[in-house]
Design a protein around this ligand. Sequence first.
Ligand code: KG4
Ligand code: ZN
Length: 340
Amino acid sequence: MEVVILGIESSCDDTSAAVSKNDKILANVTASQDIHAKYGGVVPELASRAHQKHIIPVVDAALKEAGVSLDELDAIAYTQGPGLLGSLLVGSSFAKSLAQALDIPAIPVHHMKAHVLAHFIDTGTDRPPFPFICLTVSGGHTQLLRLDGHDEFHILGETLDDAAGEAFDKAAKYLGLPYPGGPEIDKFAEAGNPRAHTFTKPRVDGYNFSFSGLKTGIVNYIEKNRRHNPDFIAQNMEDLAASIRHTIVDILTEQLVRVAEAENIQHIAIAGGVSANRGLRRTLHSLADEHGWKTYLPPLEYCTDNGAMIAIAGYFEYLADRRGQLSDVARARWKMGVRP
Ligand code: KG4
Ligand code: ZN
């Protein structure tokens, strides 16, 4: 059986559409929104307007690139949540309307589950076997998950305040770098010394995370140094970026090691926008050597928000005979594992 799915992602500031045939991606087209850079973060109202402008051209381009016509689609999968409500509404109403017009099912998808399920896209590399641990790190979430099946997600730990991506973005903003700051810090960090500056790591119960204290620690440390040297940031950009990245990666991987040991699982994956981070990817490789892990790192195009992960998540829903309804509503907040 061949299942052709159009996947639509619009939860934040990327409008993305992909076409899948079973677990293969035929096209994955994304329009990013540069408009937010000058505001230092995503402006929700501008994001939803930009989604409205981009959604038809992006879907059109994905179908053309895939060589698939609308009447060949078996279903349309879309991000139902979590995310910015105004942004979700654009993708979800577009997907439901088009599915209704074509008389095919619209399949609502959980954005964070889709980040993890991107590992099951056929890219020619090994896919993680169940059970495996996934560290999911994005701009809005930071979670340690145990997966026992394509729809069996168990949250073992999560952030109590800011997400890892948010920590990168806030630190970058403070250093005067544009939004999104994660890739900027990653770039400067490559040329810096990760041990030049020391930031205190939080103490957190269980397998949870906390990043808000780190942000305050970074601000206080830099302010103290700027009192003596107003050019402190400019003169230390690489070392500051490297030290911040090192601290965030340390906080993430310390809990990952603990959880992998407690669960006695050696198959370890990462997912979400921050999984594009070069420091995190390298650290994972060395932890794999140290602990005998087999690690799974998504290709860069499937780390940050993309339609392909929505299409593949929709494919597994389709195989499990789960379809959506016209009455499904966008869900800005949606805890994983809770059915609407
Ligand atoms: O998964 P994603 O595209 O969107 C959400 O679901 O939030 O993640 C976006 C986050 C942003 O915070 C961005 O700064 C971060 O991922 N990010 C990175 C890198 N690339 C993206 N953080 C650190 N290093 C990177 N290379
Ligand atoms: Zn995301």
